[in-house]
Design a protein around this ligand. Structure first.
Ligand SMILES: Nc1ncnc2c1ncn2[C@@H]1O[C@H](COP(=O)(O)OP(=O)(O)OP(=O)(O)O)[C@@H](O)[C@H]1O
Ligand SMILES: [Mg+2]
Length: 287
């Protein structure tokens, strides 16, 4: 990873960018959510932001995309499996008779300090783990805790939050995406991905996310660009989003996996890095 020294980060922060905003990254499976989240995290760090990257996907790919060593994967305990913390906060231990004692809005101000993993002075991540969400809603301790954590994170003012989600749209049905100011809906130039994107855009709007963007990933030459344009028109997407961004296919990514963030070191002038930096600039509030 292209690590910066604390001095360099301090220098970058001298422009006074400290206040955060909250970005949720969503889209169809395999569209490129985690790749974009990781590359964007580093783009924002380089622009002087303090970034908290949150992995909502139980597959927990984000830490490794951000450069967390794969050989330390056993040390990553998602919050949903941290039984002691869940019990400490909700008053109930998952899997035990909890009913009467469950605290629904547990105080979780300490969650990032205790469980956030610092990759460097400006970049940390937090892994959430699996959320069980039957159609009826689940008042289990894990859900009470994870909902409280997301709510707490969405209120933190001193850092930019990037929330990488599980494929699909389920997170919009929960409190999960509430409090987020920006939504990046990632798609590729396929019909199915655009259909999921269209649904996500609608749901993001319904829960009140102010800025919604489409990101068309893996564009590789004219025919794909044309197909993406046709689908955007067909689904009437351009009228429903604030902007549409595109990301090029980057064949060198494959060999960097899972640490895709290393693209900044290996090929800082690549078209993908430039396109991600461009998204970063567009997202930064102008005031
Ligand atoms: N612009 C790109 N160029 C080349 N490969 C890419 C690009 N974006 C993503 N990929 C590759 O596509 C695959 C899926 O990407 P990624 O894991 O980011 O998707 P995802 O939406 O997070 O998937 P999931 O839904 O499984 O979480 C990865 O192998 C990744 O390296
Ligand atoms: Mg992912």
């Amino acid at each position: 990873m292209g690590k910066k020294t604390p001095e360099e980060i301090k220098f970058l922060r001298q422009d006074g960018i400290t206040k955060g905003f909250k970005v949720i990254i969503t889209g169809k499976g395999g569209a490129g959510k985690t790749t974009l989240t990781a590359l964007l995290a580093w783009a924002f760090v380089n622009r002087g932001y303090k970034v908290l990257a949150v992995d909502e996907d139980p597959q927990m790919n984000l830490p490794f995309a951000l450069g967390y060593p794969t050989e330390r994967s056993k040390e990553l305990v998602p919050l949903s499996q941290n039984l002691d913390y869940i019990e400490e906060k909700t008053g109930a231990r998952p899997g035990t008779g909890w009913g009467a004692f469950l605290r629904l809005n547990p105080p979780v101000e300490d969650v990032v300090d205790r469980f956030g993993i610092k990759l460097n002075e400006a970049l940390s991540f937090l892994v959430m783990g699996t959320v069980i969400q039957p159609a009826t809603g689940c008042l289990c301790p894990e859900n009470a805790l994870l909902d409280a954590v997301i709510k707490h994170i969405s209120l933190r003012q001193d850092e930019l939050v990037l929330l990488d989600t599980q494929a699909g749209v389920e997170h919009f049905g929960r409190a999960l995406a509430k409090g987020f100011s920006h939504c990046l809906v990632v798609t590729d130039a396929s019909f199915n991905a655009m259909a999921v994107a269209t649904h996500s855009i609608k749901l993001a709007k319904e829960i009140g996310i102010k800025r919604i963007y489409l990101v068309v990933n893996r564009l590789d030459g004219g025919p794909l660009i044309q197909r993406a344009k046709d689908l955007i028109q067909r689904f009437d997407i351009d009228k429903r989003v604030d902007s549409i961004f595109s990301l090029p296919q980057e064949n060198g990514l494959f060999e960097l996996e899972p640490a895709v963030i290393d693209l900044y070191k290996k090929d800082p002038n690549s078209a993908l890095v430039q396109a991600v930096k461009d998204i970063c600039e567009q997202l930064i509030p102008k005031s």
